[in-house]
Write a protein that binds this ligand. Structure first.
Ligand code: PDD
Length: 281
């Protein structure tokens, strides 16, 4: 696989980053994941805008190649012959060759920019979408700036492992009794045909797929309510689902052992998945 590192396209085994890089030592980095379907980038503009916002919020310099990011994405899709898959992009604060809590001088320390592809044939036809996800709930103990897409992913990784240990697929995180989001996706329930999802704030990532799905739902005259919901409310919902760049719209069929509806993916989640994939292709 060919990857991109700081202006160069390289075989993945030749791409090297300093052990002093701030992302390695301090998780001082931000990232984006953009999906590719039939060789086409999905929602690229949204991901680019959110990347810019993440950088701004952390006072991290923009990489020199920021304005070339679309070309770099396209080139990686081309050279790696990606039909369906993902492009991972990471910007870190780089390294001045030492470890210090204070940020290095941005005049002399350039950010590190890395991109690589992941080929996922049949990404849009995942059998998981037919089965739906089984979810457990866990406490949300993450920091308070979840709107910034940082590489501090240890707790979400632990959440995923807790779900696996419980024989489930993923975890929803709960704070003050209310669901914030999934380990790597936004969370929704459906009641009486209404789609309910937490409103945007610093408590959750402002999902790019979320924005598109809510727009399509409203265009299709579906009712959308943006408010917090409790895990108890979720367990008695008609249906539930999650959204992300890698899962698109993925139905949820079980929460903390409680089956939703008839235990199969619900009609609203199915329809939204169809609309999202149709509109994106
Ligand atoms: N995760 N919430 C969290 C905590 C996420 O990590 C993600 C994305 C989302 C959905 O955002 P979007 O629709 O823009 O992908 C919500 C990516 C896919 C990942 O970490 O792989």
């Amino acid at each position: 696989r060919t990857v991109y590192l700081n202006g160069e396209y390289l075989p993945e085994t030749e791409a090297r980053v300093s052990i002093f890089d701030r992302a390695f030592l301090m998780a001082d980095g931000v990232y984006e994941v953009t999906s590719v379907l039939g060789g086409k980038l999905i929602d690229f503009e949204g991901h680019l805008k959110r990347l810019e916002r993440s950088l701004n919020e952390l006072d991290m310099p923009k990489p020199e190649a920021f304005d070339e990011l679309l070309d770099i994405h396209r080139e990686l899709v081309r050279v790696n012959d990606i039909d369906d898959g993902l492009i991972y992009l990471q910007v870190t604060r780089g390294s001045d060759g030492d470890r210090d809590f204070a940020f290095p001088d941005p005049e002399t320390t350039a950010p590190t920019l890395v991109l690589f592809t992941q080929s996922k044939p049949g990404l849009a036809n995942s059998p998981q979408a037919e089965k739906g996800l089984k979810i457990i709930s866990i406490d949300d103990v993450r920091w308070g700036r979840r709107d910034i897409k940082t590489v501090q992913l240890l707790y979400p990784s632990m959440g995923k492992m807790m779900a696996k240990k419980a024989g489930c697929d993923d975890a929803w995180m709960v704070e003050d009794g209310h669901v914030t989001e999934g380990t790597s996706n936004n969370a929704y329930i459906v009641k009486g045909g209404r789609i309910i999802t937490r409103q945007l704030s610093n408590d959750i990532l402002h999902g790019i797929t979320r924005a598109a799905v809510l727009r399509f739902a409203r265009e299709a005259q579906m009712e959308v309510e943006e408010r917090p919901f409790t895990i108890e409310e979720a367990k008695t919902a008609d249906e539930a689902f999650v959204t992300s760049a890698s899962a698109f719209v993925m139905p949820v069929v079980e929460i903390d052992g409680a089956s939703l509806g008839d235990g199969k993916p619900g009609p609203v989640a199915r329809r939204l998945r169809e609309i999202y994939l149709e509109e994106s292709l």
